[in-house]
Design a protein around this ligand. Structure first.
Ligand SMILES: Cc1ncc(COP(=O)(O)O)c(C=O)c1O
Length: 470
């Protein structure tokens, strides 16, 4: 197993009390006992794991020694360090390694400031009001079993009207309501990608999308954000699908020009445009047209998770009706449809996507984080953005993965760039989001600055400029 895969599984291992080697051994023990690291799995060599965790080699050796004494691992010259026991069917290969997913599965009470998953930290007051508004509707439900694999007709209708108002004429039959943007992606990957198919993605991109394509056995191909070379890549690679985040891209915050959108729509490949961060423009920013406005074959996905609240789990797909029908059949197999009271409330929440308050708060928090960071860490490369929820920061030396480990030991969990980029060109980056309250952002910067003063990567050369190849 590669060091990065072990590191992702270790999660916030260093946040407890006691010597680091004991904490490391404890987390590895847990993974072995739970079967996450099953018998026979090869663990990273001491030096490689130490480098990835930004600890001394002796810490890893001492942790491995403890586990060997307990009989949980074996260490042999020549054949490396393995989990003890006889290898079975390697079923852990199916488990997700995406750091976002693993982080969301961890306990939230260890005193670590969480800056990994970017989403609203508190829902707006209109959320409770929307549920209060639908209570009388629920009291009068009659002759309705409540199973709607396509989504409730009223929300499909409201979403279709919103697309139409944005310049993309849409009928309700073209909308599938999903459990968040993630289920939309997962269904699309199931429907459109077979093992061995090539999928074009931006490098870097949203790691949750990489995970669903990987789960389908896709061969991922990366293009730089901005998608230069897209048509040539489509011609040469013949991808089954291309995935792009056109507006306030996650993680870079960039926005595709109208010309690029037109080019993409006409490139002759099924294109998934992920508009999940699309409603997060700062006040006064122009709202770009969806790529779907430029071509009938474009599939759009969206969600209320970043504009209203992730806990709603409301997302959707807009596509041609035959594809929507196929996705609904797939979806019915998984869960027979989503939660209807939440969908009814969502109808009342949709107008909030255009309300100025959210955008003003985002801009204030962006400015706050940006100012604090540039003051405390003047050597970091920190581009500003015009919307979205993240800053994509380039460290002047070292690598994001080992720095994230150092930050963790200072009580801050951040997302290193490596897991977001299949071309390996984002290793020097970290992703920081500004969804938290200003005082939490100030504290996060304080912890980052402390971590940076102690950070001592093995290679301290400044980074060369990356080149992206597909
Ligand atoms: C670009 C992008 N797409 C999709 C998702 C998943 O959205 P949801 O939380 O609605 O499942 C996210 C969440 O971070 C995202 O950033």
């Amino acid at each position: 197993m590669r060091p990065i895969e072990v590191v992702d599984r270790l999660g916030r291992w260093s946040s407890g009390r006691g010597p680091l080697y004991v904490l490391l051994a404890a987390r590895l023990r847990g993974l072995i006992d739970d079967g996450e690291l099953p018998p026979g799995v090869l663990l990273p060599p001491d030096r490689a794991l130490a480098g990835a965790l930004a600890v001394g080699r002796t810490t890893v050796v001492a942790a491995y020694d403890l586990l060997r004494a307990e009989g949980r691992i074996t260490r042999r010259q020549g054949s490396g360090t393995r989990v003890a026991g006889v290898a079975t069917d390697g079923q852990q290969e199916d488990a997700p390694v995406d750091p976002l997913f693993l982080d969301s599965l961890e306990a939230r009470d260890d005193g670590v400031l969480l800056a990994v998953c970017a989403a609203p930290v508190d829902p707006p007051p209109q959320l409770a009001e929307a549920f209060a508004r639908i209570a009388p509707e629920l009291a009068h439900v009659d002759d309705d079993i409540g199973y709607y694999p396509y989504g409730h007709p009223s929300l499909r209708q409201a979403l279709a009207e919103r697309y139409t108002a944005r310049g993309v004429p849409t009928r309700p039959e073209q909308i599938l309501v999903t459990n968040g943007g993630q289920q939309a992606l997962s269904l699309l990957a199931h429907a459109l990608v077979s093992p061995g198919d090539q999928v074009l993605v931006e490098a870097p991109t949203y790691p949750g999308a990489l995970e669903v394509f990987r789960e389908q056995g896709a061969v991922l191909r990366g293009l730089p954000v901005g998608l230069d070379g897209f048509e040539a890549a489509v011609r040469e690679r013949r991808p089954a699908v291309a995935y792009v985040i056109p507006t306030y891209q996650n993680p870079t915050g960039s926005v595709l020009s109208a010309l690029a959108r037109q080019r993409l729509a006409g490139a002759g490949v099924p294109l998934i445009e992920d508009e999940v961060p699309g409603d997060l423009g700062f006040p006064g920013e122009p709202e770009p047209m969806p790529i779907a406005a430029y071509g009938d074959a474009v599939i759009s996905i969206g969600s209320l998770s970043k504009s209203i609240w992730g806990g709603l789990r409301i997302g959707w797909v807009r596509a041609a009706t035959p594809l929507v029908n196929r996705l609904a059949r797939l979806r019915a197999v998984h869960d027979l449809g989503g939660n209807i009271p939440t969908q009814l409330a969502a109808v009342h929440l949709l107008p909030l996507l255009d309300a100025p308050e959210l955008r003003e708060t985002l801009k204030t928090r962006h400015d706050h984080l940006y100012k604090q960071l540039t003051q405390a860490l003047p050597t970091w490369e920190i581009p500003t953005v015009h919307g979205g929820q993240c800053l994509w920061v380039r460290l002047p030396y070292g690598d994001g993965t080992s720095f994230a480990q150092t930050a963790l030991r200072h009580g801050l969990a951040i997302l290193p760039g490596a897991g977001l980029d299949i071309t390996g060109t984002s290793n020097a980056h970290i992703r920081l989001h500004y969804r938290a309250h200003p005082n939490a952002l100030t504290e996060a910067v304080h912890r980052l600055a402390q971590a940076w003063t102690t950070y001592n990567p093995s290679a301290t050369h400044p980074h060369p400029r990356p080149t992206i190849a597909i």
